[in-house]
Design a binder for this molecule. Structure first.
Ligand code: KIV
Ligand code: ZN
Length: 384
């Protein structure tokens, strides 16, 4: 099957950094940007240059050190924003300006108090100005998830004509269902006459827990760029998670898609972002959560110990994790107990394991998790 590249646009340093308490200084941003580049990210959104002198400096410094990835800065469809972004991006090998404006009737009425026609005029002017300053311009149609489809197609056609190389179709409020988001992409591909001159991009928020599903649906619908963040951090309930997207595309070659992400760096990257931003990753987080490779119930442990693929579709080393874990709780079985004893250097026969298992259950009922120290205590009593 032919494979199409999906460009990975990381916005950890911009949308991710909007999370309250996650603000980064320039040094921290540079460190993360370099790691993102090594991870294989194609586009790094380094910040929103006009928003503060600190963010201008971060975008500017990142532009100096990143050599392979495209570096982009966010702007509103406002002359000053665009000029300041172009200035911040000046040292970049591959600069991109990411400009845009609201596209749903809700945003047009309540944020801009204007008309659809005026939105198109402002979008064209912003893209034209940006294209005069850099060769690569991405346009975002904010709240495209709730926008009128015909208007969205009209706006898309107009900004591509004005010079946009990428059109971002954000589901800003995380409202869409996957099939709706997929249809949106398909509609644009089928109804925008100059669509072959630009790439469509997914930017999905997670308000209904659908950000990753919607991004994958968007790619199935024809988008070839996915905007995401490490650990799925971002405004409100967050953005699409980079690690989920990379692993879904890797695990499903039938999609006919690939990314440039070195998946063995996903877990170290997740931990670095979590530590730097002081934002804990939920234990049950897909791909990078602490429990992603832990097996706790007897039925699962028994199957896993016979053959790992019975309960693991991802091998831990594929994402840079050390090993899978057999956790001992009151729901664990004899095979898991024998396995953990063996790891500690104790070999017991079947009868001994049966006997130890009864003791183990008493300890396990009293504790959340049975530790090596508990096992050693039990084992020493049997051995003596
Ligand atoms: O969610 C959104 O619409 C955005 C845009 C600024 C791209 O973050
Ligand atoms: Zn966003």
């Amino acid at each position: 099957m032919a494979q199409d590249k999906v460009f990975i646009f990381d916005t950890t340093l911009r949308d991710g950094e909007q999370v309250p308490g996650c603000k980064l200084n320039t040094e921290e941003k540079i460190k993360l940007a370099l790691e993102l580049e090594t991870l294989g990210v194609d586009i790094i959104e380094a910040g929103f240059p006009v928003s503060s002198p600190g963010d201008f400096a971060s975008v500017n410094e990142i532009s100096k050190v990143i050599k392979n990835a495209t570096v982009t800065g966010l702007t509103r469809a406002v002359q000053k924003d665009i000029e300041v972004a172009a200035e911040a991006l000046k040292p970049a090998v591959r600069p991109r300006i990411h400009t845009g404006i609201g596209s749903s009737d809700n945003h047009i009425k309540y944020k801009f108090n204007t008309t659809r026609e005026n939105i198109i005029e402002r979008a064209i002017a912003a893209v034209k100005l940006a294209r005069n300053l850099v060769p690569d311009v991405e346009f975002y149609a904010e709240d495209a998830g709730r926008a009128d489809l015909q208007f969205l197609a009209q706006l898309t056609e107009a900004v591509i004509k004005a010079g946009a190389t990428v059109v971002n179709v954000p589901d800003t409020t995380g409202f869409c269902l996957p099939h709706q988001y997929q249809e949106k992409m398909q509609y644009l591909i089928n109804n925008v006459s100059n669509i072959d001159k630009a790439i469509l991009s997914c930017h999905c928020h997670n308000d209904l827990g659908l950000a990753t599903a919607n991004s994958i649906a968007g790619a199935i619908g024809g988008a070839r760029q996915i905007e995401c963040t490490i650990n799925g951090i971002g405004e409100r309930a967050g953005n699409t998670s980079l690690e989920e997207v990379a692993m879904i595309i890797k695990k499903h070659p039938e999609l006919g898609l690939y990314t440039n992400i070195d998946t063995t760096r996903l877990l170290p990257m997740s931990r670095l972002v979590s530590d730097t931003m002081r934002m804990v990753v939920q234990p049950n987080k897909a791909v990078v959560g602490d429990n992603a490779f832990s097996h706790s119930s007897g039925i699962h442990q028994d199957g896993f110990l016979k053959e790992a693929t019975t309960y693991e579709i991802i091998a831990p080393e594929e994402v840079g994790a050390d090993t899978s874990k057999i956790v001992l709780t009151a729901r664990s079985g004899r095979s898991a107990l024998a396995y953990r004893f063996k790891n500690l250097g104790y070999e017991f026969d079947r009868n001994q394991v049966d006997e130890l298992y009864q003791q183990f259950l008493n300890v396990a009922d009293a504790k959340k998790e049975v530790q090596d120290s508990d096992l050693k205590e039990m084992a020493e009593k049997v051995s003596s």
